[in-house]
Design a protein around this ligand. Structure first.
Ligand code: EPZ
Length: 421
């Protein structure tokens, strides 16, 4: 298992490019199941989760082709016919987002059988809201032998209100409703940019969708969907991670090929802490700062502060003057990184779903363990600011959602390398 070795204390400077969004590319690829025509996708990040989704689609009958042998970001995907309607345990256990094939497979093929995603490091993460919404569209849902089996002889539009804002839940039902008879009204939807990007793609395929990006989405079902060409939006969480790296260890860095509009909550929080940033066309310029101020943080659905940036921002708050309260409202167990940060010299206490961060405390390099995707990013950020060497185990978590992060940081002047083992 690969490790990352970081020697901290180097000042970062220069330009760094953001890759396409993992959480937009996964539903975009799953949308290929909705048509027998070809989807041409660009700006797909070369990360493990993208590869897992391609493997899963291949199992279901998709034909996937990289447009250019040397360009791992452009694909053509077509599903002339559905060869299998089952998403196997082996794949689903490595990537919960496999559940995104449920809606499109059911809508196109009338049946889908997906291994139920088990527990996850950051929370129970049930899919009950996906299933109850599919039932409202007229599907029958059976759970047996660790699988959810959904069937329908033709989905019908309905009024659906999500009890809880759910990103992949909104995406799954949005895809299913595109081919349902009649109109579907979705309430309390997720407003994440990734949901809007999916609606854009579906619109290019001929779907009739209104209101994506708001809490209420209306879908008028159509008979069939066509092929389309679509470039996936930039990854706002990767951009955010690089911006925080610049804030904690940078002189001045420029994060390019990102969409600053998707980063408002983060940039406002950084300003509160004392880190000013400049926004330009598809770029954010940030200067590292001293005299950081403590600030309270509450994770919320978009446009609130993203839970996927909570761990990275907490690392910055360990270097701020005073006590910061970090409330995690989305996932019930997303503080696995706290113990590792404390091993590096941070002073973070836990009180239920609130972390109490006291600072500033100097960080010192240590051997640490990544527990999930964003916790591993948090440890990379900590390693950049720490004195001495940090060795991060289990970086396979990082590779699921970041494209060669260590190379990007090294180009900014970080002393970081992957130890292949
Ligand atoms: C998406 O997960 C993202 N993943 C997550 O990013 C992100 O953390 C999360 O949204 C929140 O922003 C992808 O887009 C692939 P939810 P998702 O359904 O859709 C509860 C990363 O690091 N819930 O919005 O699975 C759930 O348990 C990943 O890239 C139900 O109770 O999250 C959670 O507490 C991690 N029943 C809350 O809602 C349901 O049926 C929000 O979850 C569905 C969700």
């Amino acid at each position: 298992m690969d490790k990352l070795r970081i020697i901290g204390g180097h000042r970062l400077s220069g330009r760094v490019e953001v890759s396409g969004a993992k959480n937009a590319s996964l539903p975009a690829m799953a949308a290929s199941l909705l048509t027998d025509k070809t989807l041409k996708l660009d700006n797909v990040p070369a990360v493990w989760d993208s590869a897992t989704m391609r493997r899963l689609l291949g199992e279901l009958g998709a034909q996937l082709q990289q447009v250019k042998p040397d360009d791992p970001h452009r694909f053509e995907i077509s599903v002339p016919s559905v060869r299998s309607f089952e998403a196997p345990y082996e794949l689903v256990k490595t990537m919960r987002a496999s559940v995104l094939v449920l809606g499109p497979l059911l809508a196109r093929h009338g049946r889908a059988r997906v291994s139920l995603p088990g527990g996850c490091a950051i929370g129970a993460r049930p899919i009950d809201l996906h299933l109850s919404a599919l039932e409202k569209l007229g599907a029958t849902v059976r759970i047996e032998h660790g699988f959810v089996d959904v069937q329908s002889d033709g989905l019908r539009g309905a009024e659906i209100y999500f009890d809880n804002v759910t990103v992949t839940g909104t995406e799954n039902i949005l895809m299913a409703a595109c081919l349902a008879k009649g109109e579907t009204l979705l309430g309390n939807c997720a407003q994440e940019p990734e949901v809007v990007d999916l609606a854009d793609l579906l619109g290019r395929m001929g779907a009739r969708i209104e209101g994506a990006g708001t809490r209420t989405i209306r879908v008028a079902g159509v008979e069939r969907l066509e092929g389309a060409t679509h470039s996936v939006i930039p990854d706002r969480i990767e951009a955010g991670t690089l911006i925080v790296a610049g804030a904690i260890a940078g002189d001045e860095i420029e994060v390019v090929h990102c969409d600053p509009h998707h980063l408002t909550a983060l940039l406002e929080k950084l300003s509160e802490i004392g880190i000013e940033s400049e926004v330009g066309e598809k770029l954010v310029r940030v200067k590292g700062g001293a005299g950081l101020r403590a600030a309270n943080l509450r994770t919320l659905p978009y446009p609130g502060f993203p839970t996927d940036m909570q761990a990275q921002l907490m690392t910055l708050l360990t270097q701020a003057e005073g006590t910061s309260l970090v409330a995690e409202t989305i996932f019930e167990n997303r503080f696995m990184h706290v113990a590792e940060l404390n091993r590096m010299g941070a002073d973070v206490g836990l009180d239920g779903r609130t972390a109490v961060v006291k600072g500033p405390t100097p960080l010192s390099g240590a051997r640490v363990m990544a527990t999930d995707l964003r916790a591993s990013a948090c440890l990379v950020v900590a390693g950049l600011a720490a004195q001495g060497q940090t060795l991060i185990d289990r970086v396979y978590h990082l590779d699921r959602g970041y494209e060669r992060l260590e190379e990007k940081l090294a180009r900014l002047g970080a002393e970081i390398e992957r130890l292949q083992q």
